[in-house]
Write a protein that binds this ligand. Sequence first.
Ligand SMILES: [Zn+2]
Ligand SMILES: [Zn+2]
Length: 298
Amino acid sequence: MPGRETDTGWDRSCEVTARLHALIGQPQVSDAYVRFRLDLLAAQRAARSALAGTVLAPRGSERLPAPLPLAPSDVPFPIGVLAILLEAIRDSAARHGQKTAALQRLSAGVATHPEQLQALAAAAAFEPDLVALESLAREWGVLVDALLFVGRALAAPCVAEAVRARAANGGARTREAPAHRCPACGSAPSVARLRRADGRRVLTCGLCGSEWEAVRLACACCGTLEQSRLGVLRLGDAGPRWVETCDGCKGYIKTVDERRLPEGEVVLPIVEESATLHLDLLAEREGYIRRVPYVMPG
Ligand SMILES: [Zn+2]
Ligand SMILES: [Zn+2]
């Protein structure tokens, strides 16, 4: 089902939902995963609605908008919102046949120490704090990768709402950010596309959804420009989708060339993410490592 340019957030959110539904039953797509992402999306949208308007409140005597990219201390992670989201993730995973023992342990752990939910979201968001995540993973008996996904999925509505509120607040103070990091929140990109209009490379932040133009021949994970370290993995020659790899950091990023898509079809990162798990498997089989999953609510 081809997408189309839309004018409003509402139209876009309906289109995202419709295109995710349209993936169900397609070859190479995991129906259970798509259904899980649909549930997660609904829960994250509800969390964003609950957060809207609350993160604009100035904290303490700080009246100036925070400089961009936002730092972890600029984003509130309300425990109540995180707890509802975690419950939704756990219940959806159970409904769609995932093993949930680890999620149950996580839920039970944070029920007695709710402040650990904030610690999890903060450790998984932005540039993940792997030492903190490993410590939480040991405590709850959960794999670090699973914790990274859950923590970023919890954090994403909070970061996205803080970025939106920050943009509405105006101001131009900026911190130094490398070209391969999100200018709004400093996270690594999760998806790349070559823009239909001019073929330029556009990276999408998997945490807040911001997009930015980036150098075409550079690693999206570590930023190296050393061409001998950069490679491409494809399943076929003519397809619009492939994986770009880096032997310097062993990172990779999924890439879609809009110019090879049907006229009018718009790239929606969450749809790309859900439809191309086979590309992640291809990269992992070759020894590359996914740095951060796409968890943006939309
Ligand atoms: Zn971002
Ligand atoms: Zn690299």
